[in-house]
Design a binder for this molecule. Structure first.
Ligand SMILES: NC(=O)C1=CN([C@@H]2O[C@H](COP(=O)(O)OP(=O)(O)OC[C@H]3O[C@@H](n4cnc5c(N)ncnc54)[C@H](OP(=O)(O)O)[C@@H]3O)[C@@H](O)[C@H]2O)C=CC1
Ligand SMILES: N[C@@H](CC=O)C(=O)O
Length: 365
């Protein structure tokens, strides 16, 4: 094979036929840092020419550079930046023509509230944050309306399954005329990891700390343990499947005792052992029956619920390992044997890859 000829053919396919998309990254925590690392790893590859990072911000600082920021240096530049970040600064950094993308790697309500504004200006949004599409139905609709108005796309692959082809598959099924009957599965990577590792011996609270330190949990792990993160994901899946539920339509069974729910985030760590006794008891009951604990989301006949279930060991939703999400979809096309999608559902690397896949897709529109 003539490798030189292959290079010549390949280059334009992923190279920059157009000006690079100008990108603003919000959030430099677990996921945002992995986005920067992945962008840095594109140096001297054709992908580099597809994206120009022009703005980076966290909740404390912001830095903008119209000619582009080197991803490998962005964190250092940010730490030294005197400028306090504002969302107006994002608009200013992206002002002008060409393809523009905001990457939301925060868990911020005020950033999510701004998604519709950017879309209406023709700025694409790629988000890991579920607050935009997974909370009130009015905000979900506002995002859709703004996207149509501004002709801008909304990249949400990282919001459910951390980049697994879940939302994409649902959309493709529906575009092909399929109707979704039901969805059931494990939607939380951190809860999957916790119940794949919990054996009733080590305190559950110690595993929660480990999952948090590995970057699997939300910034506040109670958002996972309470089922709120799974509620948001189920709402996004349901709405994508054509079932426009309100947040309250999902029955949520929380694992967080009241004593833990009322604490500040700062006081949480020391109080985590409050989780241990109730979970040890639930584990013991499941174990006695030869069953496994799994945190399951279900949607059927317009009814939705999320909570801990004790499943037979050979139940299809009891499988998987690590942070695996495992989602079964029943539809006209798959009425008996569901379509099952499984894979890692949390973690900085997969989430950053999902976000940047969306950025590339959006910028090629
Ligand atoms: N961790 C995972 O496996 C996955 C996470 N996600 C989602 O990714 C998002 C980020 O998660 P993660 O990285 O773990 O969270 P982190 O807490 O590690 O990082 C959040 C970042 O957002 C920044 N931030 C907060 N408010 C603002 C603001 N107004 N403007 C700019 N930046 C802001 C924070 O700033 P500062 O540094 O100053 O605090 C921080 O850098 C969440 O929405 C989460 O649900 C989705 C899929 C998987
Ligand atoms: N905290 C979330 C991260 C991905 O969305 C999870 O545990 O799944």
């Amino acid at each position: 094979m003539n490798l030189a000829a292959v290079e010549v053919v390949r280059e334009p396919a992923i190279g920059a036929r157009h000006a690079p998309a100008r990108v603003a990254l919000l959030g430099t925590g677990t996921v945002g840092s992995a986005v920067l690392s992945r962008l840095a790893s594109w140096e001297a590859t054709p992908f580099e020419r597809r994206v120009r990072l022009v703005h980076v911000a966290n909740s404390r600082h912001a830095v903008s550079e119209r000619s582009g920021l080197a991803p490998a240096e962005a964190s250092q530049r940010l730490a030294l930046a005197p400028q306090h970040g504002t969302l107006e600064a994002v608009d200013a950094a992206l002002h002008g023509d060409g393809v523009r993308v905001v990457i939301d790697a925060t868990a911020s309500e005020i950033v999510a509230e701004r998604h519709a504004h950017w879309l209406a200006q023709g700025i694409h949004v790629a988000t890991a944050c579920k607050i935009g599409q997974g909370t009130s139905l009015s905000r979900w609709r506002a995002i859709r309306t703004a996207s149509a108005l501004g002709g801008a796309g909304y990249g949400d692959s990282a919001t459910v399954g951390a980049g697994l082809p879940l939302l994409r598959s649902l959309r493709e099924l529906r575009e092909g005329g399929d109707r979704i009957h039901a969805i059931a599965g494990v939607l939380s990577g951190s809860l999957a990891w916790l119940f794949n590792h919990y054996d009733g011996m080590r305190p559950f609270s110690a595993l929660v700390r480990q999952a948090r330190d590995a970057g699997y949990t939300e910034p506040d792990p109670r958002d996972d343990l309470s089922g709120e993160d799974v509620r948001r994901k189920l709402l996004i899946l349901a709405r994508t499947a054509g079932v426009e539920l309100e947040a309250d339509d999902v029955a949520v069974s929380s694992l967080v005792p009241q004593a833990l729910a009322i604490l500040s985030k700062e006081a949480l760590d020391g109080a985590l052992p409050a989780l241990d006794a109730p979970l040890r008891e639930r584990f013991a009951t499941a174990y006695k029956h030869g069953e496994k604990l799994r945190f399951i989301a279900r949607l059927q006949d317009g009814r939705a619920r999320v909570g801990l279930e004790s499943l037979p060991s050979d139940h299809p939703l009891a499988g998987g390992a690590g942070t695996d999400n495992r989602v079964a979809i029943w539809s006209d096309r798959y009425p008996d044997q569901p379509l099952v999608i499984q894979g890692p559902g949390a973690g900085a690397q997969v989430t950053a890859a999902g976000l940047l896949d969306d950025v590339l897709r959006l910028s090629a529109r």
